[in-house]
Design a protein around this ligand. Structure first.
Ligand code: BTN
Length: 332
């Protein structure tokens, strides 16, 4: 659905989670009271629960912090400010990754959306992208080298996201190979990297991150794997840390994307291993129609997955999807 400027103005007023009268909302958006009522009908479609009580007005059931470019910019460090050429915030896009694929040649562009109508995950999956609660961020970077050199970027991006969470005292998040963000064996976020360009370079990468701030239950039930959100970790704070989180992610991701080359990989691999949340777990690795069961033994120096199978072999995998179900561990 389209998100009008009027609706954004009303949401800005309602963001504090307190009651606001219809008259006040009408004034803030410079529209009639009946137009306010019409706009408020959109809140259900946006999964923003609200209450209406006669004599008191309207209130959102949970506070909301819309992304604000000035607030985010103010929280960027000098290095990130110098490196980032463009920062865009959109109320609604089909997908921030798709948008940045057609974003021209600016060297370093970051784009957030409040809402994605066609958010994309890896392996052709949909990425559930309700309005105003989560982070949908894509960054586009250009490289002189070809796509092969930036393959290891996938691990480095996961490390940068964990660093950003740690910088906000959201600790204990881990990584599931190659770069899913996990917390207590549930998926908190995911990364989709799309690379284009010439085999010998130049090339570009669009790095997309989805991080769940608050997923209403009826939406999390539609996701085919256990997932979690920041609300489950930090409670109500999840509703008011979006701009700080957005800036922390840019502060960590921008230098990593800027400096990344083959020589940077070993230190990221070292750090990635510290966040490996499935080390030693019994899992199934899916590769197309093939399944491999075994015990995870971390990653090698190229970032490939190591799996010890029942026959005592240690196999190396460059791609695949790990399935781990706590309490339902298959025996290798
Ligand atoms: C995954 O499947 O784990 C990857 C999910 C990536 C989702 C993000 S949200 C921002 C960006 N835009 C998209 O359409 N996808 C990525």
């Amino acid at each position: 659905m389209a998100i009008s400027q009027h609706l954004l103005q009303i949401l800005d007023r309602l963001a504090d989670g307190r009651f606001h009268s219809g008259t006040e909302l009408a004034e803030s958006a410079a529209i009639s009271r009946s137009a306010v009522c019409k706009q408020l009908q959109n809140l259900d479609k946006l999964d923003l629960g609200y209450s209406a009580i006669s004599g008191k007005g309207y209130k959102l059931n949970q506070p909301l912090q819309l992304l604000d470019e000035n607030t985010i910019r103010q929280a960027l460090n000098e290095n990130t400010r110098a490196l980032l050429q463009r920062l865009e915030i959109h109320p609604c896009l089909a997908s921030t990754n798709t948008y940045l694929q057609h974003a021209g040649s600016a060297h370093a562009t970051a784009c957030f959306a409040e809402y994605q109508t066609a958010g994309r995950g890896r392996r052709g999956r949909q990425w559930v992208s309700p309005f105003g609660r989560n982070i949908y961020l894509s960054l586009r970077y250009h490289y002189q080298s070809g796509p092969a050199v930036i393959a290891g970027l996938s691990l480095a991006v996961g490390v940068a996201v964990i660093r950003a969470l740690n910088s906000l005292n959201i600790s204990d998040a881990g990584l599931k190979w190659p770069n899913d963000i996990y917390w207590q064996h549930k998926k908190l976020g995911g990364i989709l990297i799309e690379v284009g360009g010439e085999a010998e370079g130049p090339s570009h990468a669009v790095v997309g991150l989805g991080l769940n701030g608050f997923l209403p239950q009826h939406l999390s039930q539609t996701i085919d794997q256990p997932c979690t959100d920041l609300y489950s970790i930090v409670g109500d704070k999840a509703f008011t840390l979006r701009n700080r989180l957005a800036a922390a992610l840019l502060n960590q991701l921008t230098p990593v994307l800027h400096d990344f080359d083959a020589t940077a990989l070993p230190s990221f691999i070292e750090e990635w291993r510290q966040y490996d949340c499935l080390y030693g777990k019994t899992v199934t690795l899916y590769q197309g129609k093939q399944q491999h069961q075994g015990i995870l033994d971390g990653i090698d120096e190229h970032g490939q997955l190591l799996l010890c199978t029942a026959d005592g072999n240690r196999q190396t995998f460059a791609s695949g999807e790990i399935s781990f179900r706590p309490g339902h561990e298959d025996s290798a």
